[in-house]
Design a protein around this ligand. Structure first.
Ligand code: G3H
Ligand code: 13P
Ligand code: ZN
Length: 328
């Protein structure tokens, strides 16, 4: 069944678990997530970015979401727009059957310029005002994602702030978070505390200097009833880096967000955890391996099937680690 983000995260808060929000662009990723969720009896969030919508087409996405809820009727699924850049993007997502949207006003509509307070509150309020009339949930973001090590946004992935950012911009201010939630009435709040999108988050295993989990604890103390969202939460596992690099890939050494830190977040109000990169790596590792081991092969199913199995395995791991398993 399709449910809203608010319904799902209220349940998660009541029962002390977190829900991974996995990105999709295609059928293989949607089926992999649902296979994992159904095996573990877990609710799940499937999210599509603007890039995913233009890659797959809204009509295709809508029918795919209908298809997975028909195949797995017992699994609660929230279909969420990831990083909506303006109110219109959120509205067209709602028209396409999304039950939840993110209005990311931490950046202007160009996806590069940090949005100031009035801009962010303004666009976010516009979306909550409209979406709530139709029973649709809204995620907002306060603070700009980017690296505390370098001060850079995650521009190399095609979206993210341009130029150097100050610590003030990179870390959500807890008092401002209280005001923001009060003014915008968002159902969930994404916060910035040192994570960034993509594989290259940290140049070393993160400690409190570069991954500021303390900020989450402080925000949770001030906003105990607000569902918090961690973006850029892939762990970038070493074994997946190794499979890719052992089969012709050239990923540079890198660190992601340790699962233990996410678990600490879940104890402090984090209810939605965004993961895309880990699944991209899981699939790509298997595709590279199958094609390296069998250079004569050209049937896409021969590499997409193992790729799906690797993605299902990753999703199952996270559903277990976040205690989502068994909550459907
Ligand atoms: O926001 C980050 C997600 O990983 C989606 O990435 O915009 O390349 O689809 P994308
Ligand atoms: P990762 O790149 O760490 O998987 O983050 C995904 C994300 O935050 C999507 O909004
Ligand atoms: Zn994100």
């Amino acid at each position: 069944a399709r449910i809203t983000l608010r319904q799902l995260l209220d349940h998660a808060a009541e029962h002390d678990y977190g829900v991974p929000a996995f990105n999709i662009n295609n059928m293989e990723q949607a089926l992999s997530i649902m296979d994992a969720a159904s095996t573990l009896d877990a609710p799940v969030i499937i999210q599509a970015s603007r890039g995913a919508r233009s890659y797959a087409n809204d009509v295709m996405l809508r029918h795919m979401m209908d298809a997975v809820t028909e195949i797995y009727p017992q699994i609660p699924v929230c279909v969420h727009l990831d990083h909506g850049n303006e109110p219109a993007t959120c509205m067209t997502a709602i028209q396409s059957g999304f039950t939840s949207v993110m209005m990311d006003g931490s950046l202007k509509a160009d996806g590069k310029t940090p949005g100031d307070w009035d801009y962010n509150v303004g666009v976010t309020k516009t979306v909550t005002n409209m979406a709530h009339l139709g029973g649709i949930s809204v995620e907002g973001e306060l603070g700009v994602l980017g690296s505390l090590e370098t001060g850079m946004g995650d521009k190399e992935d095609g979206h993210g702030a341009e130029g150097k950012l100050s610590h003030d911009q990179l870390l959500t201010n807890p008092d401002e978070a209280v005001k923001f939630v009060k003014e915008t009435k968002v159902d969930a709040l994404a916060i910035a505390m040192g994570t960034s999108h993509g594989a290259y988050k940290f140049t070393r295993k993160p400690d409190g200097d570069i991954l500021a989990m303390k900020v989450i604890e402080e925000i949770h103390r001030k906003l105990p009833n607000t569902h918090l969202v961690m973006h850029g939460s892939s762990s970038v596992p070493q074994d997946l880096q190794d499979i890719i690099n052992a089969n012709g890939g050239k990923m540079k050494p890198t660190w992601g967000v340790p699962v233990a830190e996410i678990q600490r977040g879940i104890k402090n109000g984090v209810r939605k955890i965004n993961i895309d990169t880990d699944n991209r790596m899981a699939m790509t590792g298997q595709i590279r391996k199958v094609l390296t081991d069998n250079p004569e092969e050209f049937d896409p199913r021969k590499y997409l099937k193992p790729a799906m199995e690797a993605m299902t395995k990753l999703c199952k791991q996270r559903l277990q680690e976040f205690n989502t398993a068994g909550q459907a």
